[in-house]
Design a protein around this ligand. Sequence first.
Ligand code: AMP
Length: 433
Amino acid sequence: MTAVVKPAQIVAVKGFRDVLPDESARWRLIEAEAFEIFSRYSFEEIRLPMAEKTELFARSIGTETDIVEKEMYTFTDRGGTSITLRPEATASVVRAAIEHGLITADRERRLFYCGPMFRRERPQKGRFRQFYQIGAEVLGRDDPVVDAEIIILLRDLLDRVAARGVRLELNSLGDGRCRPTYREHLRSFAAARRERLCANCQRRLERNTLRILDCKEPQCREEMAGAPVVVDHLCVPCADHLASVRRLLDGAGVSVDLNPRIVRGLDYYCRTAFEITAEGLGSQNAIGGGGRYDELVAALGGPPVAGIGFAIGLERLAMVTEAPTAELPRTAVFIAPLGDEAWATGLAVATELRAAGRRVELAAGRRSLRALMRQADRTGARHVLIIGVDELTSGRGTVRDMERKADHPLSVDLGATGGELAAQITRLGGTAT
Ligand code: AMP
């Protein structure tokens, strides 16, 4: 006799996780709140492909960034095109807006999205290789009012989902006129300390100097503590823009701290940059961030219009929200057909009740009434509809009220339509939803 070999189990890819029902119920609440807020601010949803031509990210995020240098899932498809699973969605939103003519000189466009992003980072608490972002972009506006509006929207959203211990911080990254001079100041400051910086920062020194400011290594933080900050080197228009954003936020009663060390990881940001962090998340404490990218649309072949946007990490936001763990909806009616002859009626009644909007569980199999009642109990159903031989003969199902733990003296007409059936069950004992 040959031994039966149990097939090996297949588990998920490292860094790619399953979102199980309890967690996804909570996500749904957060998404629903976010969609509601987006709608109040006149955003429309855009659904984007998960893969793009690699060049899109190289050109927008920048070849010298950590994301493009070492974190992208890039492959050559069978047609020889280099394709990348999107590491973020701003570039895709802009690409789609240009491709479909959504941007015109005289009309701004407000778009939001929600979906998975992919970065091959080292997985740890709160950091995954597939993670979800909710984000929004405004294309075609360069005035500070829209910057303030975006930050107020974020505040609204965080309040709405009762996010705990969150901080919103603001900075300006200057623009093509003032940033190069600042970068030179920063570079000389860091170069004088080169030997004491981590290997990563030594590389960043020539290629992505600003990122040295947000290195997490304690040694680098200490060395760079007195480094020049960009807000001290802004040109007049950038300084005015920042001052206006702060004044507008003050006027709206939204408090945002200035943090001159926010640099953001992507090349395309200019002027306004902001980040949301939360306490209690350990080293991965960034919940979201965003900023202005006035050159990006043109750099991707579109009209010369400005843009601003943000993205929030759904996993991390869910970790700090007090939104009640959504209760899974309760089964309204558990149908217990006793014996094969009752299956067809059970299925027909279930279909009717479902068409009437009820959440129904239909048991099948050859189990005793006792076993079925135990099963019904586990589902939390309010009512059990029993269909045995007697019920089939009389055409009237017996209804048991699980809260009162009693058979109802009345029964329901098995031949009734969904709405009538549901109404009969509701009349028999409490609500059936
Ligand atoms: P970023 O585009 O890097 O600013 O990311 C925006 C937000 O997405 C972050 O603040 C995080 O909340 C989330 N995020 C980014 N990378 C990851 C990751 N690898 N795993 C989980 N969440 C992430």
